[in-house]
Design a protein around this ligand. Sequence first.
Ligand SMILES: Nc1ncnc2c1ncn2[C@@H]1O[C@H](COP(=O)(O)OP(=O)(O)OP(=O)(O)O)[C@@H](O)[C@H]1O
Length: 254
Amino acid sequence: MLEAMDVSVSFGGVHAVRAVSFRAEGRDITSVVGPNGAGKTTLFNVLTGFQKPNIGNVVFADRSIVGLKPSGIAALGLVRTFQKTEVFKGLTVERAVEIGTTCGRDFPMWQTVWPGAIGRARETARNEARRILQRCVLEDVAGEPCAALSYGEQRILEIALALAARPRLLMLDEPASGLNPTEARRLGDLITSIRADGVGVILIEHNMQLVMRISDSIIVLHHGEKIAEGTPSVIARDQRVVDAYLGGSGFAAA
Ligand SMILES: Nc1ncnc2c1ncn2[C@@H]1O[C@H](COP(=O)(O)OP(=O)(O)OP(=O)(O)O)[C@@H](O)[C@H]1O
């Protein structure tokens, strides 16, 4: 569904991403890992339209998305999370997700003039929001103001808001950062349930336990280059990865 081809990005003399190619299949969890400064965020920004590559192409759903605005890419179904739930802090969790389901959607003209249509559209949005909150196990806090959520719940709410945009491919940038092991496990369960719904996920993440547990495919970056790609068990045995990323300590699938 998404293919990056020979993507390179330089900042002055710094080669942040060097000729990286990979494919992310529509119903897979594809993780991008690597040490600090490996180029993960820069690559993520290229895929979501926040950074133009110097060279290379990115094809999503059979069309090149290089040069499209982030909003245009999101409208195609490639949706990212933002750590920005504070914009909804005065609203309840359910209302925030409900508003999220209507963002970027066109409403036919008749809906604005036909009595009852607005109420019906609101009801549809509310039902969709409830379904998303259930999927994210946030239904118990649906009536709470967003600002009252714990840090871990706020991170899950970011995903709920991204799901409200009906992604075909969801991009998550370090969703486990700052989560405790229980929260990280809950996050992993959520991400695998999103995959089970037929939505692909691209995950940039430092938490290797989580990555090894849920990924279908892992791409390893080092100094901007892709040094390995494969299933968790293939990556765990790759000597170049173990040397470059893990300082020779090795790791096991969790
Ligand atoms: N806007 C920028 N201007 C100059 N250099 C940049 C810029 N953005 C990133 N870099 C450099 O590009 C390289 C890759 O950075 P990037 O943030 O993509 O790595 P990363 O793998 O996401 O790191 P981390 O895990 O620490 O977030 C680094 O050397 C970084 O200093």
